[in-house]
Design a protein around this ligand. Structure first.
Ligand SMILES: [Zn+2]
Ligand SMILES: [Zn+2]
Length: 370
C-alpha cells in the first residue's frame, strides 16, 4: 500500500514521515475503507478493490471531509477503461462528493467542523496562467481534477483545499446533492454555452444523470422554450423520466423531430449523436458536446448537411468554481429534484456496469455513510 501512502501524503502536503507520525497518533481511528482503481481494465471485470487505507491528513489550507455520499459519473468509466488516465495508480475515483468537515489543516478557516460541503471535478487550479486569469480555470494547464489527480470520494474520507469546496444548500439531502456536483454543474455550463434562449427549441441527446437535471434548469429558465429529448431506442425508463420532467417531444437518436433544434447538447458517450444533432439543427444553431471522451468516432461530416448556414459545434471541458457557485443556489431555488439510485460503497463496480449499460434511472450515488 506504499503507493496509497505516497498519494495521500502528496495530497495532504506532508512528508511520508509526518504522515506516519500523524497516523500513529490516533491508532484506533486511523484507517478508512476505499474502493480503489489499481489497473486499467474493462469495467465488467470489476476492477475497483475495497481496501483499508490510512485516513488522509489535511495539509495547509485543506479540510478533511467525512464523505457521506459520492455520485458516480461516466468519467469514472473513462478512467477505469483507460480513455482518461488518472495521473497515478492506484487512485480513488469519484468527484461528486458530499460530506462534513471533520478537521481543518493549518490556515484553513472558511468552514468549521461539522459544516456540510461538496467537492466537484475541479480540485485545484494555478490561478496564474492565461486561462485562470480569464475565468477559464477549467482549461488551466496545471489544474488537478478530483478522483484523477487527487484522491476522490469513493472512500470514507478525503481532503481538499478549502477554496475548492462549496457549501451545500440545506434543501438537499446528501444523496440528492451529490449528482448536482458534476452532472448538475457541467450540465449548467453546457446549457450556458449552448446559447439557449427563451422560445428556442433545445435538443438533448442522451438522458442520463446530467440531462435529467438540465431539462429542469431549462424548463425553469426558459418557460416558453421547448425541450426535445433523444435516447437510445430501448431506453423506455429514460423516456418515461423525460416525459415526467416535461419534455415536449421524445424520440430516438436518428429520428427527425417535428421542429428544427435552436441548439442542442450531446451527453452521450458515442459519436453518432453529434452528426444527428448537427443534421437537425436550425440555421445559426450550436451543438455542445458534453463528454470528456467518445467511445466511437464521429463519422465524416457533410458540409452542406451538417455545417453550412453558420452551424457551430463546441465541446465543454471541465468546470470552473464559478459554475458550481452559481449553479448550487439556483438548483435550490428551482428546486431541482434529482432522480437517484443508491448503492453502497462496496457496490461501486456493479453500479458502474449499470451506468455503462445505460440502465441507471437518473443518477447513481454511492451512499458511503449514514
Ligand atoms: Zn463527472
Ligand atoms: Zn491556471
Amino acid at each position: 500500500m506504499r503507493e496509497y501512502r505516497d498519494c495521500l501524503a502528496r495530497t495532504a502536503g506532508v512528508t511520508q514521515k509526518q504522515l506516519h507520525a500523524l497516523l500513529s497518533k490516533e491508532k484506533g481511528d486511523r484507517t478508512m475503507r476505499a474502493m480503489v482503481l489499481e489497473t486499467v481494465s474493462p469495467v465488467e471485470e470489476k476492477p475497483l478493490k475495497l481496501v483499508d487505507l490510512p485516513k488522509p491528513v489535511p495539509g495547509q489550507g485543506q479540510i478533511l471531509i467525512k464523505v457521506s455520499a459520492c455520485g458516480i459519473c461516466h468519467t469514472e468509466l473513462d478512467e477505469i477503461e483507460g480513455r482518461v488516465a488518472p495521473s497515478g495508480l492506484p487512485m480513488i475515483l469519484g468527484h461528486e462528493i458530499v460530506g462534513r468537515v471533520e478537521a481543518l489543516g493549518i490556515r484553513a478557516g472558511k468552514f468549521k467542523k461539522g459544516d456540510r460541503v461538496g467537492i466537484a471535478w475541479i480540485n485545484w487550479a494555478c490561478g496564474k496562467c492565461c486561462f485562470c486569469l480569464k475565468d477559464q480555470e477549467n482549461l488551466c494547464d496545471t489544474a488537478k481534477w478530483t478522483g484523477k489527480d487527487a484522491p476522490g470520494g469513493y472512500a470514507e474520507y478525503t481532503v481538499v483545499s478549502e477554496d475548492f469546496a462549496y457549501a451545500i444548500p440545506e434543501r438537499f439531502t446528501d444523496v440528492k446533492a451529490a449528482p448536482l456536483l458534476c452532472a448538475g454543474v457541467i450540465g449548467y455550463r453546457a446549457l450556458r454555452l449552448s446559447g439557449m434562449e427563451d422560445g428556442k427549441v433545445l435538443g438533448l441527446y442522451g438522458f442520463g444523470a446530467s440531462a435529467h437535471i438540465v431539462i429542469q434548469v431549462a424548463k425553469y429558465k426558459y418557460p416558453n422554450g421547448k425541450v426535445f429529448v433523444f435516447t437510445r431506442p430501448q431506453q423506455k425508463e429514460h423516456q418515461d423520466l423525460a416525459r415526467k420532467l416535461g419534455a415536449d417531444w421524445i424520440g430516438a437518436t436518428g429520428d427527425t423531430p417535428p421542429e428544427k433544434l435552436g441548439c442542442a447538447i450531446d451527453f452521450t458517450p458515442v459519436g453518432e449523436p453529434v452528426r444527428e444533432a448537427l443534421r437537425n439543427l436550425q440555421k445559426g444553431g450550436r451543438v455542445v458536446i458534453n463528454a470528456i471522451r467518445k467511445t466511437t468516432p464521429i463519422r465524416e461530416l457533410d458540409y452542406t448537411e451538417h455545417l453550412w448556414y453558420e452551424k457551430e459545434v463546441k465541446s465543454v471541458a471541465n468546470v470552473t468554481r464559478r459554475d458550481a457557485q452559481e449553479f448550487l443556489p439556483l438548483a435550490a431555488q428551482i428546486p431541482i429534484v434529482p432522480e437517484t439510485q443508491e448503492f453502497r460503497l462496496e457496490e461501486a463496480n456493479e453500479a458502474l456496469v449499470l451506468l455503462k449499460e445505460g440502465k441507471i434511472r437518473g443518477a447513481g450515488v454511492l451512499k458511503v455513510a449514514e
